[in-house]
Design a protein around this ligand. Structure first.
Ligand SMILES: Nc1ncnc2c1ncn2[C@@H]1O[C@H](COP(=O)(O)OP(=O)(O)OP(=O)(O)O)[C@@H](O)[C@H]1O
Ligand SMILES: C[C@@](O)(CCO)CC(=O)[O-]
Ligand SMILES: [Mg+2]
Length: 320
């Protein structure tokens, strides 16, 4: 018997970091996925292999440790936390493949966590639904990062383009939103846990300055929701540029991210901003009629990923 699951990456349009402090956010699942397979091991040991992320480890799921066989398994802490919460510690072989660049602001940790939990629930024949899975995945991200909003794991579980309200109500957009985005990403990876903690420290040291910025980011996200519903690309782009400025204030911008943001605008994007935790990783650029020019401009010094929104969230099955 083999349990299999996959979950999508995500792209945050508005509200990263401010969502951690209860402000709303808007994010969409995109067509890059993480794939997990789990089957019984007859070697007496549990191993995790990822051919495309080029690492292999021996898992000790009971005490959340691992023995490195090869590579750099940064995503491992999320996987170990998921196993620790669900697995009965019998020997298994897990394989992970990911189309999602790791540490790049596209929610690799959430997609891997959601897919790993779904595969484990299938493997152990544990009943679950999307609501329970999204909650459990959020708890894993919270445990690993110290602080996490439910945004990334909700989007990876349910798919689609969603608005997460201040009261944490999850509102899927009921429109077809196919705005032409280009994603640029650097080889300099980010670490969400560190970035979220750095923002919290900045906020605590300068609360009278940073708190109003976070509140304004919440208002901006609500204006963004109205602009998306009206498919007002010009307004969406303007709000993306303002949101990028706010993320710069929070200290999550870098030289590489700025380079891509401003290159995108020079090549014709009507809006561009950091997406995800920042400190490395990705930007998104809204470029109606200029996708080719913006992609070519970013590709001169960085990497480009062509993505589309997808309604397809987590999927899982068992093969006997
Ligand atoms: N090059 C890398 N190889 C392996 N692991 C990495 C690499 N870069 C980062 N990591 C680790 O992988 C995990 C990626 O999760 P993280 O949440 O930081 O990024 P993400 O989910 O891809 O982006 P975001 O959360 O901003 O959407 C982190 O634990 C990070 O330390
Ligand atoms: C930076 C952040 O807002 C999004 C990371 O993709 C963190 C979170 O929401 O948990
Ligand atoms: Mg993450």
């Amino acid at each position: 018997m083999k349990a299999m699951a996959s979950a999508p990456a995500k792209m945050i349009l508005f509200g990263e970091h401010s969502v951690v402090y209860g402000e709303p956010a808007i994010a969409g699942a995109v067509n890059k996925r993480a794939y997990v397979e789990i089957k019984k091991s007859y070697t007496g040991k549990s191993t995790l292999k990822s051919y495309d992320l080029n690492f292999e480890v021996e898992l000790n799921t009971k005490n959340k440790t691992y023995n490195l066989i090869k590579g750099k398994p940064g995503i491992i802490r999320y996987i170990l936390e998921a196993f620790h919460r669900v697995h009965d510690h019998t020997p298994i072989t897990m394989t992970l493949s990911s189309e999602i660049p790791i540490g790049s602001g596209l929610g690799s940790s959430a997609a891997v966590t959601v897919a790993t939990l779904a595969a484990l629930y299938r493997y152990h024949n544990i009943r679950f639904n999307k609501k329970s899975l999204a909650h459990d995945a959020h708890m894993v991200e919270q445990a690993v990062q110290g602080v996490a909003s439910p945004l990334d794991t909700l989007v990876s579980t349910y798919g689609g383009l969603v608005y997460l309200s201040r009261s944490k109500t999850f509102e899927p957009f009921k429109i077809n939103f196919n705005a032409p985005f280009v994603v640029g990403y650097t080889t300099k990876h980010g670490n969400t846990g560190k970035m979220v903690k750095d923002v919290r420290s900045l906020k605590n040291r300068n609360s009278k300055v940073i708190n109003p910025v976070i509140t304004s980011m919440g208002h901006l996200t609500n204006y963004g929701k109205q602009a998306i519903l009206k498919q007002d690309y010009k307004k969406i782009g303007e709000l993306m540029n303002i949101n990028h400025g706010f993320l710069d204030v929070l200290g999550v911008n870098t030289v590489e991210l700025s380079r891509m943001v401003y290159t995108a605008r020079e090549c014709g994007a009507i809006g561009s901003k950091i997406t995800g935790a920042g400190g490395g990783g990705s930007i998104i650029a809204l470029c109606p009629g200029k996708v080719k020019e913006v992609a070519e401009g970013i590709a001169k010094e960085d990497n480009v990923l062509k993505v589309n929104f997808t309604k397809r969230g987590v999927s899982s099955k068992v093969r006997m």
